[in-house]
Design a protein around this ligand. Structure first.
Ligand SMILES: *Cc1c(COP(=O)(O)O)cnc(C)c1O
Length: 376
């Protein structure tokens, strides 16, 4: 059994993927070219955005976003405590301070009340300028944008949506990737939309922001082209082979994979209801289920579940063992008086099960039976 079965997906899409790769090989155009252009158009249309530009990975997408918004020393970037380091690592590289916020106990996304408390703490201290909120749709579950957007507006903060795990998800009929001044995603192979290497994308509606991000991703190119360098940028692009792989995968995501993820999640939900804490997806939201996360009663029960799964060779993961505020890399970031109770509790109890659109009912039953045995 696979945690995420990329091979089953390849076999389902083999004819289109092989034909596209063959055509890149024949064209010998490995950077840029028609597949990249077509993919950017289709990604923008899918997410409901005016612009999309692809880049080398999700971390670069976030770096470009932070650079485009002018994040630097003296700025405060607010982020959820349960995510992976890449959500804010680029802001840290630019010299900003990271202010982590506790999570909501049900959705595991940033808690709007904690965000508000942290913004007020920064303002009261008067040392940092509140600048950006990065909203991470964790495990594919959309953040509470109806609560977050007014907070950002009230405090004059820009929102970046980190949709690395939520491509395909939606919030009240709006797709993830459409929130904030800039949204970013990742095409790392294990994400809901993954390529066969590294890849990422940046989404926005404002024309000037698009121009700026395109410049930042091509060595700070200016109006005169790539040898008219007007700012410090990077070399970050998606290559033609990855775009060729992503096009049929995007179609599969839209046509049936998202639906299949819901079916798999529903079977787990039904099996574990009342026994373990299953994912909470708010009314009007659809999760992309990048992960299917269970919360055990406590750390000891989580260990029993993991031991049982390991004993039967069933892959499982802990996303994430450590809340961001407790990572050594962030030991100097300001916490104010936040206790991160929900994030600490979450990290001690969480375990993720195999989840992908090609998971067979029989395989899933084995996972379910094994987890339930661990509860006896
Ligand atoms: C994967 C991921 C990223 C980084 O994407 P890469 O393509 O691996 O650089 C950023 N944020 C979150 C929440 C992620 O899960």
């Amino acid at each position: 059994m696979h945690f995420i079965d990329l091979n089953a997906q390849y076999h389902a899409l083999k004819a289109e993927i092989n034909a596209n790769l063959q055509s890149v090989l024949e064209s010998a155009q490995f950077i840029g070219g028609p597949f990249v252009g077509e993919l950017e158009e289709k990604l923008a249309a899918f997410a409901g955005r005016k612009h999309c530009l692809t880049c080398a990975n999700g971390t670069d997408a976030l770096l470009a976003a932070y650079m485009a918004l002018g994040v630097g020393p003296g700025d405060a970037v607010f982020c959820t405590d349960v995510t992976m380091v890449a959500s804010v690592e680029p802001a840290k590289m630019l010299g900003a301070s990271i202010v982590f916020c506790d999570i909501d106990a049900r959705t595991y996304n940033i808690c709007p009340n904690s965000l508000e408390r942290q913004i007020k703490a920064v303002q009261a201290e008067g040392k940092l300028t509140p600048k950006v909120v990065v909203a991470v749709d964790i495990f594919g579950n959309p953040c509470d944008y109806d609560a977050l957007l007014p907070i950002c507006e009230r405090h004059n903060l820009s929102l970046i949506e980190d949709a690395a795990q939520s491509f395909g998800a939606s919030y009240h009929g709006r797709r993830c990737g459409s929130f904030g001044r800039i949204a970013t995603t990742s095409f790392f192979p294990a994400k809901p939309l993954g390529c066969y290497g590294d890849g990422g994308a940046i989404f926005m509606d404002e024309d000037e922001l698009e121009q700026l991000c395109r410049s930042l991703c091509v060595h700070g190119k200016g109006p005169g082209g790539k040898y008219d360098n007007v700012r410090v940028g990077m070399n970050s692009r998606l290559d033609a082979m990855q775009a060729a792989v992503l096009l049929p995968k995007l179609q599969a995501l839209e046509e049936y994979e998202l639906e299949a993820r819901q079916t798999v999640a529903k079977r787990y939900d039904d099996a574990f209801a009342g026994k373990l804490m299953t994912p909470f997806v708010a009314e009007g939201c659809i999760s992309a289920y990048a992960q299917y996360v269970l919360l055990a009663r406590d750390a000891a029960q989580r260990e029993r579940i993991i031991d049982r799964l390991d004993g039967k060779g069933i892959p499982n993961m802990v996303y994430y063992p450590t809340p961001q505020h407790a990572l050594p890399v962030f030991r100097h970031e300001p916490h104010y008086s936040e206790l991160y109770q929900n994030a600490n509790d979450y990290c001690a109890r969480t375990v993720s099960l195999p989840m992908h659109p090609y998971l067979k009912e029989q395989e899933q039953q084995l996972v379910i039976d094994t987890v339930l045995e661990a509860l006896l």
